[in-house]
Design a protein. Structure first.
Ligand SMILES: [Fe+2]
Ligand SMILES: [Fe+2]
Length: 190
């Protein structure tokens, strides 16, 4: 889980406006999704390969270990609570978030198995066993389904409903989680 979780009730450190130059945090979530989609394609390639490419394996392992945990925490600890706070009843956001959290917990159960399979093939050169192939394909397929829901529904609703301060909170949480919260302490000269 993430090393830091901002308290939504706590006043944000100033000057937040300066950090807006870092961009819209929703765009970072879109970029994570783009990368996740590419990783799904690599998982399929590994599943189908007669000789697994070790670079493919290391790309997926890096994503699963270093990118995905932060991304899941960004959504669970910052994005989803903000959406729950801002959305209208007509958005039916609770239902969608419930589904997404269930996907996340299934992914959390499956990710260690996928990592184990990939570690077994870290040197590359061999073909996967049938069970391993199925596990990787299923993982990629679930991840793709999840991405469709987030890209088609969650992020567009977030764009519509979250205000500037909400985006500041989201940006703040994402930076702190990555150990970049100290940016707030630096004098800004721009
Ligand atoms: Fe996501
Ligand atoms: Fe997600």
């Amino acid at each position: 889980m993430s090393p830091s979780s901002p308290d939504p009730g706590r006043p944000l450190p100033a000057p937040l406006a300066n950090l807006r130059e870092l961009g819209n945090p929703l765009e970072f979530l879109y970029l994570d999704h783009l990368q996740e989609r590419e990783i799904c394609a690599v998982l399929d390639r590994i599943s189908n390969a007669l000789a697994v490419d070790p670079d493919d394996v290391s790309d997926v392992l890096a994503f699963l270990r270093e990118v995905l945990p932060f991304h899941l925490a960004d959504e669970e600890e910052d994005l989803f609570p903000l959406l729950r706070k801002r959305c209208e009843a007509e958005d039916e956001i609770d239902k969608a978030i419930h589904r997404l959290l269930s996907d996340h917990s299934h992914a959390a159960e499956d990710t260690p198995d996928v990592i184990t399979i990939l570690e077994r093939h870290a040197a590359g050169g061999c073909e996967l066993e049938e069970g391993e192939r199925m596990a990787l394909k299923q993982y990629a397929s679930h991840a793709r389904r999840h991405l469709v829901l987030e890209n088609a529904i969650i992020l567009p609703i977030a764009k519509l409903r979250l205000n500037e301060e909400d985006l500041d909170r989201l940006r703040h949480g994402m930076l702190e989680r990555r150990g970049l919260g100290r940016l707030w302490d630096s004098p800004h000269t721009g």
